[in-house]
Design a protein around this ligand. Sequence first.
Ligand code: 2OP
Length: 223
Amino acid sequence: MKQNKVLAFDVYGTLINTSGICYLLKEICAEKADLMIEMWRNKQLEYSFRQTAMGIYKGFSYCTETALEYTCEYHKLVLTDKQKTNLLQAYNELPVFDDVKSSLTALKNDYELYAFSNGESENLQILLDYNKLTKYFNDVVSVEAQKQFKPSPKVYAHFNEHTNTRKENTYLVSSNSFDIIGAAYFGFKTIYLQRNEKSVLDPWGIEPDYVIKSLEEISTLIL
Ligand code: 2OP
C-alpha cells in the first residue's frame, strides 16, 4: 500500500465549470438560461442521490439527461432533438476553471493526483482529454464500478482500493458540500473549495480540514 499523500479532485464543479454550458442555453432561451442551468445541475445531483437511496444505478449521464428533460418541462421549453443532443454533447466539452492547470502543475511533483467523480469513465476521459487535463493525473477514478454515487461510503472506499492508497493519506478536494461531508465522514481529509460566496457548507457539524477560495492555495498548505 502506498504511503504518499494523495489528492483526489472532484470533477464537476471543482475542475470543470458546469455553468460553462450556459451560452448554449442562452441561444435557445436567453431570459431563463441562468435559472435553468442551476435547476439542471441541482436536479442532476438529486437524481444521483435518489438512485443510490433506492438501490438502483442508471449512470450519471442518465441523471444529466433526465434532469435536462425535467428542467425543460418545468420551464415550458420544448427542445428540438438537435438542441437536446447538442446540449448533452456539450456536457462532455464543459470548460475547465482558470485556476486548474497552474495548480495541478504546481502540485504534480509533490503528490499523487487523481480525478475522482460520479461521471462515467468514458465521459470523464472525453471531458478531461478535451480540456487537456489527463496528463496531470495518475489515474481517473469513476464511481461507476460500484454502481453507487457519492456520497455513499462505498465509493470513497473504492477510490482507495482502486488506487492502492490509504484513506488517512487521502485529501479530497471538492467544491461540492455533499462530497466534502461524505468524504470526511468516511475518513478522508478534506479541502473545501469555496468557488463563490454563495457556496455554503451544510451545517452538519462536519468541518473540512481546509477551506480555500482558489485551487492555487493548495500548494501553500502543509498537508
Ligand atoms: C463529481 O464530479 C458530481 O461533481 C460531482 O463527482
